[in-house]
Ligand binder design. Structure first.
Ligand code: DHB
Ligand code: MG
Length: 220
C-alpha cells in the first residue's frame, strides 16, 4: 500500500499530469514568468487546467469570464479551448500581475482571444456586457458570493460556473474557523446550495495543491 500523504498525492498528481497533460512550453513559460515576478504560485494544477479546457470544449463555450487572472496560466488553458472566434475576459486586481499575464498569454499565441480588465472584481464586473457561457471564479474568496451573483447575472440558462478552492484543507468542516477565506468559501457553497439560479456539486481534490476542491454549477 502507498501511504496517503501530501507527498504521495503530489507524486500521483505528477504522474497523471505527465501522462495526460505532458510537456507544454507555453504554459511552463507562463509559470516561470509568474515565479520570476515573485507572484504567488497558486495557479490551478496542470490536470485542473486541462479540466477547465475540457469543460469549455464540452459545453461549447465561446465567451468565457475568468475572475482572477494571476499569471494567466488558467487563462491560456481556456483561451485555447474557446476557438479562434471565442473570447476570454479575465479580471485581475493587480496591474503588475496583469502585465505578466498579458506577456505570457501573447507569447502563447492566444493574445487576440483574451481581454484582461485590471481592477477589483466588484468594480469591473458591473461594466461588463453579459452573455458569458462559462465563468471561472478564482479570486479573493471573501467575495465569492458577489462573484457568483455576477456570474448568474452575466450568464444565461446553461452557463457553466466553476468555483475554485472549495476544500481548503478540510477547513470547510471546522465550525470554529475564523479564516475569512474559509468563511467566504462556505458562503459561496451555501449560495450554490440555496440560490435557485444554481444547480451545483463539488469535488474534493488532492495533489499538487494539497487537499482542496472545486465546485461546478449550471445556471438555471
Ligand atoms: C489561494 C487562492 C487560490 O486561488 C488557490 O488556488 C489556492 C490558494 C489562497 O488565497 O490561499
Ligand atoms: Mg484557486
Amino acid at each position: 500500500m502507498v501511504d496517503s500523504n501530501p507527498q504521495n498525492w503530489r507524486a500521483a498528481d505528477d504522474f497523471l499530469a505527465e501522462l495526460l497533460v505532458g510537456s507544454d512550453p507555453a504554459l511552463e513559460a507562463a509559470l516561470a514568468a509568474q515565479r520570476d515576478a515573485g507572484m504567488p504560485e497558486i495557479e490551478v494544477a496542470p490536470v485542473a487546467g486541462k479540466l477547465l479546457n475540457l469543460l469549455v470544449r464540452m459545453s461549447g463555450a465561446r465567451r468565457v469570464l475568468e475572475i482572477g487572472t494571476l499569471g494567466g496560466y488558467s487563462t491560456i488553458w481556456m483561451a485555447r479551448a474557446v476557438g479562434e472566434n471565442g473570447r476570454v475576459v479575465s479580471i485581475e486586481a493587480e496591474a503588475a500581475n496583469a502585465a505578466v499575464a498579458r506577456r505570457s498569454i501573447d507569447a502563447a499565441g492566444v493574445g487576440e482571444r483574451v481581454d484582461i480588465r485590471v481592477g477589483r472584481g466588484v468594480d469591473v464586473l458591473p461594466t461588463l456586457v453579459g452573455g458569458f457561457d462559462l465563468v471561472f471564479i478564482d479570486a479573493d474568496k471573501e467575495s465569492n458570493t458577489a462573484y457568483l451573483d455576477w456570474a448568474a447575472k452575466l450568464g444565461h440558462p446553461g452557463t457553466v460556473v466553476i468555483l475554485d478552492n472549495v476544500g481548503r484543507d478540510g477547513e470547510i468542516i471546522n465550525d470554529a474557523t475564523s479564516d475569512t477565506k474559509v468563511l467566504g468559501t462556505l458562503e459561496g457553497l451555501r449560495m450554490l446550495s440555496e440560490d435557485p439560479r444554481f444547480d451545483a456539486t463539488a469535488l474534493q481534490t488532492v495533489g499538487l495543491k494539497g487537499w482542496d476542491g472545486i465546485a461546478i454549477a449550471l445556471i438555471a
